[in-house]
Write a protein that binds this ligand. Structure first.
Ligand SMILES: Cc1ncc(COP(=O)(O)O)c(C=O)c1O
Length: 425
């Protein structure tokens, strides 16, 4: 057994792993200059947002793409567009960004959480149907970390019960699902261009759909209910202003053209890591479903404390001491543990939408989704970015292997010692 760095042994990796680099360059500058030269930054008058929408729709092979100010705005537009209203229940994943939850609550909807598959970290097949009530209106499927959820299991259940399906692809650009792209399988797909995503416009987002009616409603929901097709300013419902500016369109356009190369690189590095840590007792790689390709927004593996004989935090501390960027878990707590849900505090001085007049008095708190909580408690995360080299991923794998071998060996030695002392006592 090699001596671990945490015990004073040599590190697997001595220089830092570079995970970031130049993502904006002359291409973005050129688009920005052209946007300013238009002498209007209004999305409906300029050409940058329009061009971006066209190119994104073409890349995804869909009829409609709308650009908005954030991924949260995209999800809000999507939930409003499919008709979620006060008291309607929306089933989603507990391991997601708060933006998913905001979109439901902003429409007065009640979030309901489905448990996850232990290794893809997406909603488990069979996780949705038992949660459906007469109030269930929609499902927001989160494709976590670039990895597609099991849509072949989810879609038939949704169709059977007449539920709308929104795909939250904020973390999953160009994520392939059995010959199709995540975001085009349900009724509406949503995306984020916040600064941490595969591509960034600072902040912005998109919704895509093939449904003409939903496409038209989404346009109204992102723009105060104003029809911009000349049919007049008569907002048919309450709708916020989530309009992007031409500056966002310009940067997004240049970024979009870089996306296929970014995703191809991440896919190859992430799969390389998986190949190098597969079949190690006590280690579970990030599982990608058969016929699917992950675009790895990050890499989330798991360790089994029973097999390794140490806690997740001890394992992560040992791996990080080897000089690689391994950190514990993903979001710390499930979103249903946040005060906004646990305390029914979406709005001040009332418990709307859980007040009984509108929605069910759902109690949120630890224990709701046991598999998801177990994932968070036993997972380790590392970055996968287009700026990393093959050697970086190999060193991460080597650190995981070294630490795994050490603890499996130490556990075996401790077991043999206890057997031995039992046999002589
Ligand atoms: C899964 C998921 N959904 C929604 C969002 C919200 O996106 P934004 O930050 O652009 O509002 C994020 C952002 O982190 C996300 O990761």
């Amino acid at each position: 057994m090699d001596k671990l760095a945490i015990h004073g042994g040599p590190k697997v990796r001595t220089e830092p792993i570079k995970t970031s680099g130049m993502r904006f360059d002359e291409a973005e500058l050129k688009e920005l200059k052209e946007a300013l030269d238009q002498q209007t930054l209004f999305y409906w008058h300029g050409n940058k947002v329009k061009k971006f929408r066209q190119e994104f729709a073409a890349l995804y092979g869909v009829k409609h793409c709308h650009m908005v100010t954030s991924g949260t705005a995209a999800l809000h537009v999507a939930t409003a567009t499919v008709g979620v209203g006060p008291g309607d229940e929306v089933i989603t994943s507990p391991m997601t960004d708060q933006g998913t939850v905001i979109a439901i609550l902003a429409q007065g909807g009640v979030p309901i959480f489905a448990d996850l598959d232990p290794h893809t970290y997406n909603i488990a097949p069979g996780g949705i149907e038992p949660l459906i009530t007469a109030k269930t209106k929609a499902v927001i499927v989160v494709h976590l970390a670039g990895n597609a959820a099991d849509m072949d299991a989810i879609l038939p259940v949704a169709r059977k019960h007449g539920l709308k399906v929104i795909e939250d692809c904020a973390q999953s650009y160009l994520c392939h699902y059995r010959g199709r792209l995540a975001g085009t399988l349900g009724d509406i797909g949503s995306f984020s261009l916040n600064d941490f995503k595969h591509i960034s416009a600072g902040d912005a987002g998109m919704v895509i759909t093939n449904d003409d009616q939903l496409g038209a409603r989404a346009q109204l929901y992102l723009d105060k209910g104003y029809a911009r097709d000349g049919s007049g300013r008569r907002p048919p419902f309450l709708a916020p202003n989530y309009r992007p500016s031409e500056l966002h369109g310009a940067v997004a356009l240049a970024q979009l053209r870089k996306l296929p190369a970014i995703v191809a690189r991440r896919n190859s590095l992430g799969d390389r890591l998986t190949a190098q840590i597969s079949n190690l007792p006590g280690i579970h790689p990030h599982k990608v479903l058969d016929g699917c390709e992950s675009s790895y927004w990050f890499y989330l593996g798991r360790m089994d404390p029973r097999v390794l004989g140490v806690s997740r935090d001890e394992f992560v501390a040992a791996a990080a001491a080897e000089g690689v960027p391994v950190t514990p878990g993903y979001i710390g707590k499930m979103v249903y543990e946040y005060p906004v849900l646990a305390d029914h505090h979406a709005f001040d001085n009332c418990s709307y939408p859980w007040d009984g007049i509108y929605g069910r008095n759902v109690k949120y708190g630890p224990g709701m989704c046991l598999v998801a909580e177990e994932i968070e408690a036993t997972s380790w995360r590392c970055p996968i970015t287009e700026f990393m080299a093959e050697r970086d991923v190999e060193d991460i794998a080597a650190a995981i292997r070294k630490v795994q071998q050490y603890y499996v060996g130490a556990k075996k030695a401790a077991f043999q010692l206890s057997e031995h002392s039992r046999s002589i006592s």
